[in-house]
Design a binder for this molecule. Structure first.
Ligand code: 13P
Ligand code: SF4
Length: 347
């Protein structure tokens, strides 16, 4: 069995041999050894941009979860091949909505309000079929870094936004934009009318899907209370997939790249407490030895963690051949419309 160093060396050797034919993209939640061997590390938005813009790479190996690799595949150019080191690296939140559920809710909403008054704004954490549905309905995809601009765009064109699947990102963004709580409704899939009245639906500006991330809903207000007591001079920054009670108590909220910049821009000696996935926080601790970086609570995404040096090596040893992420042509066309809109709505 190879040790970590040997595996790393083999990856770097194949990477050198393939030169700019290979692009290894790594999400901010990947562990340090993966980020170290990659070409580019970023949040979902930056990684989508990179996949869309790279013309040289014949092979894109995506170290992240499946919907991210799928989005890269939809955005890639003809002839480019996208692979993922572990095809089982899914996303719990993305699994909380499928296209049949979404179509059912859409049809139900149409009974009370005109179809052309609803704009779907879809968080990128979703599968290709829902992305295609969103594209067909004239909607956009967003990430946590441009959700604000995406909702604004949606409301400038239609009266209501159906935001899915993350209720927390949708609510946090809408409230920060000044939308009133009574104009925001939650659609509970298993309840008649999503648990709302006909009047609630007619009045609503934002209709939220009842999805969430189990990694980000582990953080509690008590964690902030304890942290403030222990580190009174600290700043607390959280990801917008956290519930609103937490976001209200934090000093700042933003995407993974926002969190990275927040730490980089902080003064040496400052204490920053972070509410997001633990692997990013652990890397930030190493990369910012002049700052005191602390996790609000230890919360790991087991899906992101499925990617390791061994399966990354296996994929690049079989470049273009195994764990290929492809999307059927008809879905790709519609999903790409929604992803292209997302890339135009800058954070
Ligand atoms: P970012 O858009 O901040 O990269 O987050 C993606 C994600 O899945 C967070 O849980
Ligand atoms: Fe999905 Fe949550 Fe993991 Fe992000 S952290 S990939 S939303 S399960």
């Amino acid at each position: 069995m190879k040790n970590e160093e040997q595996t790393k060396e083999e990856i770097l050797k194949i990477k050198k041999d393939l030169g700019n034919k290979l692009l290894i993209l790594t999400h901010q939640y990947q562990r340090k050894e993966i980020v170290d061997v990659g070409n580019f590390c970023g949040d979902s938005f930056a990684l989508s941009q990179k996949a869309a813009n790279d013309q040289n790479a014949k092979f894109i190996v995506f170290c992240g979860v499946h919907f991210m690799a799928e989005s890269a595949s939809i955005l890639s150019n003809e002839g480019q091949i996208v692979q993922i080191p572990d095809t089982n690296a899914g996303c719990w939140m993305a699994d909380m909505a499928d296209v049949y559920m979404v179509e059912k809710v859409w049809d139900e909403l149409k009974r009370f309000v005109p179809e052309d008054s609803i704009m779907p704004v879809l968080y990128i954490n979703s599968d290709a079929q829902i992305k295609a549905f969103c594209g067909k309905k004239g909607g956009t995809i967003c990430t946590s870094s441009n959700a604000n601009a995406a909702i604004k765009w949606g409301l400038s064109l239609r009266e209501k936004v159906l935001f899915l699947p993350d209720q927390h990102l949708g609510r946090n963004t809408a409230i920060a934009m000044g939308i009133q709580p009574e104009e925001i409704i939650l659609w509970k899939y298993d309840k008649p009318l999503g648990g709302n009245t006909e009047n609630d639906i007619k009045k609503a500006k934002i209709i939220l899907w009842d999805g969430y991330c189990l990694v980000h809903t582990r953080f509690k207000v008590e964690h902030i209370t304890e942290a403030r007591k222990k580190y009174p001079d600290s700043k607390i920054v959280v990801h917008p997939e956290c519930p609103i009670e937490l976001v209200k108590e934090a000093d700042a909220v933003g995407s993974t790249s926002f969190i990275v910049k927040y730490v980089e821009n902080a003064k040496p000696g400052s204490t920053i407490i972070i509410g997001t996935e633990i692997n990013l926080i652990q890397r930030l601790k190493i990369e910012n030895p002049d700052k005191n970086i602390i996790e609000l609570h230890h919360s790991l995404c087991p899906n992101m963690y499925k990617i390791n040096l061994e399966n990354l090596l296996m994929v690049i040893e079989n470049i273009g051949k195994i764990n290929v992420v492809d999307v059927p042509y008809d879905l790709k066309i519609d999903a790409k419309k929604a992803l292209d809109r997302m890339l135009k709505i800058s954070p």
